[in-house]
Every structure is written in C-alpha cells, then in structure tokens.
Design a protein around this ligand. Structure first.
Ligand SMILES: Cc1cc2nc3c(=O)[nH]c(=O)nc-3n(C[C@H](O)[C@H](O)[C@H](O)COP(=O)(O)OP(=O)(O)OC[C@H]3O[C@@H](n4cnc5c(N)ncnc54)[C@H](O)[C@@H]3O)c2cc1C
Length: 85
C-alpha cells in the first residue's frame, strides 16, 4: 500500500489523473483505521466504550472516515469505473 500511496501523491503533484490510486488509498486506509480502532476498543473492553477514555473517540472518528469525503462504497465504484468494470 505504501507504493500506491506514494504513486497517488506523485501523480497528484504532477497534475496527472489519480482517481484510481487516491480511491485505493482512501479505501484501504480508512477501512484499516476502522478495524484497528475496533480492535483497540475490544482490547480495552467496557472501559474503551466509556466517554471518559479517548478510545471511544478514536473509534467514532475512525468510523466516520469510511463515510466522509466519499464513502467506502463510492470508493469501490470509482475504482471499478477506473478499471473499466
Ligand atoms: C463527521 C462528519 C463530518 C462531515 N463533514 C463534512 C464537511 O466538512 N463538508 C461536507 O460537505 N460534508 C461533510 N460531511 C458529509 C459527508 O461528506 C457525507 O456524510 C458523505 O458524503 C456521505 O453522504 P450521505 O451522508 O448523504 O450518505 P448517502 O449518500 O445517503 O449514503 C448512505 C449510504 O448509501 C451508500 N450509497 C450511496 N450511494 C450509493 C451507490 N450509488 N451505490 C452503493 N452505495 C451507495 C453510501 O456508501 C452509504 O453507505 C460530514 C459527515 C460526517 C459524518
């Protein structure tokens, strides 16, 4: 994923089309962040769910990342379109 991330950044800097690469990166990164935050919540058990700890905030923020700036479903659609599927 690091190579794709660099390629997306490079294409963008060159002013070249980068929709497919940007969608790959957005989809992978936000889905990974959500899974990691969810595992963090699970590890902390009930404490992680409580408003007094930052874990619940990490979990909520990570969850929102798969919605904002183009949902995961829309990223899938962009990638499929770019691949000509
Ligand atoms: C914390 C937060 C901050 C935000 N900040 C901003 C901001 O600063 N500026 C701004 O403009 N907006 C902001 N938004 C709005 C955000 O961009 C939208 O919530 C996001 O684009 C999704 O649009 P929607 O909520 O209308 O969902 P909808 O478009 O109604 O989608 C609902 C569900 O249906 C799915 N879906 C929709 N269309 C299709 C399709 N064709 N095929 C398959 N599935 C589909 C979506 O993936 C999603 O799962 C923010 C949202 C949140 C939660």
């Amino acid at each position: 994923m690091r190579k794709v991330r660099r390629k997306a950044a490079w294409l963008h800097e060159q002013g070249l089309p980068c929709a497919k690469e940007a969608s790959y990166v957005k989809l992978f990164s936000t889905e990974a962040a959500q899974k990691i935050a969810d595992t963090g919540m699970q590890l902390h058990g009930g404490t992680g769910y409580m408003m007094e700890t930052p874990i619940q905030r990490f979990w909520r923020d990570a969850r929102a990342f798969t919605i904002t700036e183009g949902t995961s479903e829309i990223q899938h659609m962009v990638i499929a379109k770019e691949l000509g599927l």
